[in-house]
Design a binder for this molecule. Structure first.
Ligand code: PRX
Length: 545
């Protein structure tokens, strides 16, 4: 890490006089007696109903009230407090309210089902969760198995609203060190249960700098990052970096709808827009006429993240918006944008761009040395950097497995060209990216096996022109169970309920037997090759198939 560089940036972060900090102060409370006090921080566009505006002062007060409620319930530094909420203002204010108390704020995507919730609450030993009436039903199903979960706060219940009403608007923010934990979120790998990736307060310095540099955020921008805070982009670039820069930020509470998205852009005169390839492709599919019906002349800068951005999407944007999407690459674990098409970089459509000036990225070949120009290899980054994850919750072994010979191994395959641009090739493991959302095949397989009559299941990502990948499941059922379309539908519904609404297999195929290694591990590589009609490669470790 270039410590000298980050030392020069320390001055841009608000530290307390004792040298400590708290990201909630840097993001909100530093604006209390400053020019942004009465500036609009949040423009909330609900799915139904009128727009609601929150100034920085409003958010300071609301997050203080929440911090007071939590402190009265016994929350102390280091406790885990989770949010299982849709995109409503309470989610944003509560995140910062939790952080103010010194607790670790955890988010869970609102599509999660019972088992996904149980795994995450169990592993994190969360003490409190904030949720809504509608979503709380899923927690009720599992709460008996969660002895550490002391309180379920339902933010749209009268009782909570009254508590909020009565709570003080003043709160004394808990002072933290740069290395103290601030937030965590679960993400999936190839095997095992989801991992709790933990980030520290000190990451804010890089989150803020990257937003300035890559997203080009300026004081008078109206900014919309479409990501949900259940995922890392929705935390880092729609709560932390943006508000630490004092930027007016849009939150849309509803589901994707091309017409509504264009209306939001036009009505609010959005100038900087950070979204994801699947959404861009869905907009493309709705055609150019729809775009022309809206005045999008205020849109100044477009960026994308989460999955490969195909050149057609960039070319389309250039045609309809008069400017391209700038692809950015990073991960839950990296805590901020690592590789990007920054505003001043000439875009090579299809490339992720170049590492940010403070990052050292490389591509390693099988021997662990630098790959040749245009040679595919493992994408690696040189640690540490301020926003890197600090631990994997209760799983030191997993954390250690990310590092090899002094490098952080991303798990992605990539190439670097002669001009230093990086090109994404794919994942080195079996992690699935569907509509930009990261799904572990093991979790989906476990959900399928939970259904009566299923013997085993193998799950892969299948390339899809709209969603990047869709989840495809190969399912072995008991001889007495009859394969049918109806059974497929039942399995899909089961995965939605058990695991998550976004993680169900859109395609299911019944097969007699799964390809496995001699030690009994499902070989998803073979399932993928078969699905794609490719050569199945080396099968020397394969059990007879
Ligand atoms: O495989 C890469 C893909 O998303 C993974 C990280 O997913 P997640 O932790 O959910 O974070 C997503 C947003 C920060 C990466 O390992 N990915 C992310 N951005 C890109 C990408 N793949 C191709 N191009 C990108 N720009």
């Amino acid at each position: 890490m270039n410590q000298d560089f980050w030392n020069t940036k320390n001055g841009t972060i608000s530290y307390f006089p004792d040298g400590s900090l708290n990201i909630a102060y840097e993001v909100l409370d530093k604006h209390l007696n400053a020019p942004n006090r009465n500036k609009t921080a949040l423009i909330f566009e609900p799915e139904n109903g009128d727009t609601v505006l929150y100034t920085f002062l409003d958010l300071i007060k609301l997050s203080n009230k929440i911090a007071n409620i939590l402190t009265n319930l016994g929350v102390v530094k280091g406790d885990r407090v989770f949010l299982f909420l849709p995109r409503i203002p309470e989610l944003y204010a509560s995140f910062l309210g939790i952080v103010k108390t010194g607790a670790i704020a955890g988010t869970m995507f609102s599509a999660f089902g019972e088992s996904a919730l149980k795994d995450r609450f169990e592993n994190s030993e969360a003490k409190i969760v904030l949720t809504t009436k509608e979503l709380s039903a899923r927690i009720e199903q599992v709460k008996n198995r969660l002895p550490k979960l002391e309180h379920i706060l339902v933010v749209d219940e009268e009782n909570f609203k009254q508590q909020l009403e009565q709570a003080s608007e003043q709160f004394s923010i808990v002072h933290m060190n740069s290395e103290d934990y601030a937030f965590m979120l679960y993400t999936s790998g190839t095997t095992g249960k989801p991992k709790g990736i933990v980030h520290a307060h000190g990451g804010i310095i890089q989150q803020k700098e990257s937003a300035k540099l890559v997203l080009d955020l300026k004081d008078d921008d109206v900014y919309w990052c479409t990501a949900d805070p259940g995922w890392v982009t929705g935390i880092v670039y729609s709560i932390l970096a943006n508000w630490s820069l004092g930027i007016t930020t849009i939150v849309y509470g509803g589901r994707f709808d091309a017409q509504i998205w264009y209306q939001i852009l036009a009505k609010n005169k959005v100038s900087v827009w950070y979204t994801a390839p699947t959404a861009i492709r869905m907009l493309m599919a709705k055609g150019d006429d729809l775009v022309k019906q809206h005045d999008l002349s205020h849109v100044r800068f477009l960026a994308s993240v989460g999955e490969p951005l195909n050149p057609e999407a960039i070319i389309w944007a250039q045609k309809v918006f008069g400017k391209p999407f700038h692809d950015t690459w990073w991960q839950t674990e990296t805590g901020s944008i690592m590789i990007a098409n920054s505003p001043t970089l000439e875009i090579k459509p299809g490339s992720m761009g170049k590492p940010l000036p403070w990052m050292n990225a490389n591509v390693f070949n099988q021997e662990g040395s630098q790959a040749q120009v245009d040679e595919e290899g493992d994408l690696v980054l040189h640690p540490p950097w301020p926003s890197i994850m600090r631990t994997v919750w209760n799983n030191q072994e997993k954390y250690d497995s990310y590092f090899k010979n002094g490098w952080y191994i991303t798990g992605d395959r990539a190439k670097k060209d002669k001009d230093g641009y990086f090109w994404f090739v794919g994942r080195a493991d079996d992690v699935i990216k569907t509509s930009g959302e990261r799904v572990g095949p093991f979790e989906v397989e476990t959900a399928l096996i939970d259904f009566p009559g299923v013997v085993e299941a193998g799950v892969i990502g299948k390339p899809d022109s709209l969603r990047g990948e869709i989840i495809k499941a190969f399912v072995v059922i008991k001889p007495e169970v009859k394969p049918s379309e109806e059974l497929k539908e039942q399995l899909k519904e089961h995965v939605k309920k058990y695991l998550a609404g976004h993680a169900y297999p859109r395609e299911i195929e019944f097969i007699d037997k799964l390809p496995k290694t001699r030690s009994g591990k499902i070989m998803r590589r073979i399932l993928r090759a078969k699905e794609m009609g490719q050569d199945i490669g080396d099968t020397s470790t394969l059990e007879e198939y």
